[in-house]
Design a protein around this ligand. Sequence first.
Ligand SMILES: *[C@@H]1O[C@H](CO)[C@@H](O)[C@H](O)[C@H]1NC(C)=O
Ligand SMILES: *[C@@H]1O[C@H](CO)[C@@H](O)[C@H](O)[C@H]1NC(C)=O
Ligand SMILES: *[C@@H]1O[C@H](CO)[C@@H](O)[C@H](O)[C@H]1NC(C)=O
Length: 298
Amino acid sequence: MAAPGVLLLLIHGCAVLAVELSTSNQNPVVEEYQSVELSCIIKSTTTNDPRIEWKKIRNDETSYVYFDNTIQGDLKGRAKIQSKSSLVILNTSRSDNGKYRCEVAAVDDSKKIDEINIFLTVKVKPVAPKCTVPKSVPVGKSAALHCQENEGYPSSLYSWYRNSDPLPNDSKTNPKFLNSSFTLDPKTGTLTFSAVSKGDMGRYYCIASNDAGSAKCDEQVLEVYDLNIGGIVGGILVVVLVLSLITAGICCAYRKGYFASNSRSTGQSFKNPGKPEGVNYLRTNDEGDFRHKSSFVI
Ligand SMILES: *[C@@H]1O[C@H](CO)[C@@H](O)[C@H](O)[C@H]1NC(C)=O
Ligand SMILES: *[C@@H]1O[C@H](CO)[C@@H](O)[C@H](O)[C@H]1NC(C)=O
Ligand SMILES: *[C@@H]1O[C@H](CO)[C@@H](O)[C@H](O)[C@H]1NC(C)=O
């Protein structure tokens, strides 16, 4: 009968003799320049004046934030201790992001020390992103539009707008963009067209956003122009034809000139090898003749 009572007393006694911490919020989130409480509550202790310390832990490196009853380092002048052991940062900055540890040492307790970790997130609004839009792209060509900013925390997600209409992440998912073929990676901000169409012409801008806010870049115009394939092929053919005619003309003139100059000048040494060779070339060297002709076509 007495045993449970003794046991209860023991458990109770142990609990009272240990310093024990708790928190009302282990993962506080705050916007930059706002104030935040890093809650550290001493749940139990028998020590009248326990020693309270706060540390910041960054990449396995520990620095004091509150030590010897004073705010230390970077937080000096913009933080205070509240309700005995909680740390309040009055004007948070993005550099305050990270892990903090509240440590309480109570010499009169049997378990003399306890600690609790708090993970602080300081959200930062995005700044206006830098956007790059190609000025003009021929129909059917691929194109990439970029949007990026690096201030926002957590990292921004990106969305693109054409003539003030929001674009889907994939043009296939929306019948309104049936004639387009683009995909958007909201994490990188890149809008990729696999083949630009006339309907893709327009005014484009991008918005970077996160939990803390959003920011947009200035609108830029993307032009799309026709590459008239028929016209180009026709043009090339005309040029080739003209070049062939010129070549043929030069060739004829050359031959006439050749024979003319041959008969006009001292002659004999030219005339004798000249004429038979020309005949020989035209009549019997079929392969050479073929090559000669084909050069007119190309
Ligand atoms: C908070 O800190 C920033 C600089 O980090 C400063 O410009 C601003 O004036 C401060 N705000 C207050 C209310 O002290
Ligand atoms: C695009 O994807 C992101 C996340 O992947 C999502 O938050 C967003 O709503 C999507 N946008 C559209 C227009 O579907
Ligand atoms: C797609 O292109 C066709 C032909 O050019 C046009 O008639 C139609 O309106 C376009 N559709 C959209 C959704 O723009």
